[in-house]
Design a protein around this ligand. Structure first.
Ligand code: ADP
Length: 319
């Protein structure tokens, strides 16, 4: 393999830049040229592709976002779109492609590989919802952002003796809510993987008030439903001074944590090795602190699962 490409696709996440840097530097270390594909699959179709050198990825390891930009590209879901992409890759003499993104981006990488162009998928998303890996690049940074925000909300919740419902991201996964909730000592955590009983929440708040608690923090994953509606029902039943805070896109930005930077470096480097070994159609992840790879098709057929033991633990230590 003489020349590879790298792109970021779908929702961005902190650590994507550290991952691009690792791919570029690892390839150059092994005398392989690297081209950057800008704006995800959209840029692949239109040929928005440029060579990257050692200096192109200088000074980005600590920056959130992605220097290659990202996009959603419906055209790439079609055969014509994918064939246009392959034609562009051939035009630039690129022989393998590293795709950093979520499960949608993995689908695109799988399609290219099926059409004979080797691609490797790397899990870049804050949601931690990609199968084949314990953690995705950006999850840890998002968690730290959320926990900092909850710590601040807790201060004002205590001062005013309020209940707070805090909505966090995660698409259909409850990982951000669960991990941030346990780290911030939230009394209630609602995740889409588990149902909830509004009366349990109401009773818990009441018990807390009875023993003199000054606040009650509910962390609600966006996949559970509308936080305003859930909060309105809780407010009505408890007659408490309840406020809602939707954290929003703040969770997608910021300087990546050490954990995300190191994960990005390890996974990015492995992607290059796989292409050097002539392998495509694989996704790379981390399982039990070991870098692993598996067939993208197999990974996508296994749904990501939440760790229910952590969910149980959260309810045992925060009430
Ligand atoms: P994420 O990668 O974060 O899950 P999306 O689901 O939006 O984000 O997917 C990103 C892009 O990947 C899409 O805009 C599209 O270009 C490509 N993609 C998604 N699904 C497919 C598919 N089934 N086949 C080919 N490309 C796909």
């Amino acid at each position: 393999m003489q020349r590879i490409g790298v792109l970021t696709s779908g929702g961005d996440s902190p650590g994507m830049n550290a991952c691009i840097r690792a791919v570029v530097r690892k390839a150059i270390y092994h005398n392989i040229e690297v081209y950057g594909v800008y704006h995800g699959y959209q840029g692949l179709i239109s040929g928005n592709i440029e060579p990257l050198n050692v200096g192109s990825v200088a000074d980005i390891v600590h920056r959130g976002g992605t220097m290659l930009y990202t996009a959603r590209c419906p055209e790439f879901k079609t055969d014509e779109g994918q064939e246009k992409g392959i034609a562009q890759l051939k035009r630039f003499g690129i022989e393998g492609l590293v795709v950093i993104g979520g499960d949608g981006s993995y689908q695109g990488a799988k399609k290219l590989t099926e059409k004979g162009f080797p691609c490797i998928g790397l899990p870049g998303t804050i949601d931690n919802d990609i199968p084949g890996t314990d953690f995705t690049i950006g999850f840890d940074t998002a968690l730290n952002t959320v926990v900092q925000a909850i710590d601040k909300i807790r201060d004002t919740a205590t001062s005013h003796e309020r209940v707070f419902a805090i909505e966090v991201m995660g698409r259909n996964a409850g990982d951000i809510a669960l991990w941030s909730g346990i780290a911030a000592g939230a009394e209630t955590i609602l995740i889409p993987e588990d149902g909830y009983d509004i009366n349990d929440i109401v009773n818990k708040i009441q018990r807390g008030i009875n023993r003199g608690k000054k606040h009650h923090i509910m962390v609600i994953a966006e996949g559970v439903g509308n936080a305003d509606e859930i909060a309105a029902r809780v407010k009505e039943l408890t007659k408490s001074d309840l406020r809602v805070s939707v954290l929003g896109h703040i969770q997608r930005g910021g300087s990546p944590t050490v954990a995300d930077r190191v994960l990005a470096a390890r996974l990015g480097a492995r992607a290059v090795e796989l292409l050097m070994e002539g392998k495509g159609g694989r996704c790379v992840g981390i399982l039990n602190n070991k870098v692993v790879d598996e067939d993208i098709l197999v990974a996508l057929s296994n749904k990501h699962k939440i760790d229910h033991s952590i969910f149980k633990l959260a309810s045992e230590i925060s009430f």
